[in-house]
Write a new protein. Structure first.
Length: 83
């Protein structure tokens, strides 16, 4: 595909924005996302590790994903429009 270099640049920029958004999160939200997506633990397993109820872990995961979505919606279209 002839457009692959620009897609690589876009992907790198998106990854940078994700890292930036995660860095801005409260530590507990980072921990929950890391354990859920990187370590592939269940919400119940995460709850046992951090000492919170499973329902609270679910809330924290939802908050973190909303925070990511909001940050990317704010930054990503602007970045793409500049390209």
């Amino acid at each position: 595909e002839e457009n692959w270099p620009s897609r690589l640049v876009e992907r790198a920029e998106l990854e940078r924005l994700l890292v930036e958004a995660i860095d801005r999160m409260p530590p507990i939200e980072k921990t929950v996302l890391s354990l859920y997506y990187q370590e592939e633990l269940t919400l119940r397993e995460i709850a046992k590790i951090v000492g919170l109820h499973e329902s609270r872990i679910s809330q924290l995961k939802s908050q973190a994903l909303l925070r990511l979505r909001t940050y990317l919606e704010k930054c990503w279209p602007m970045k793409r429009g500049q390209a």
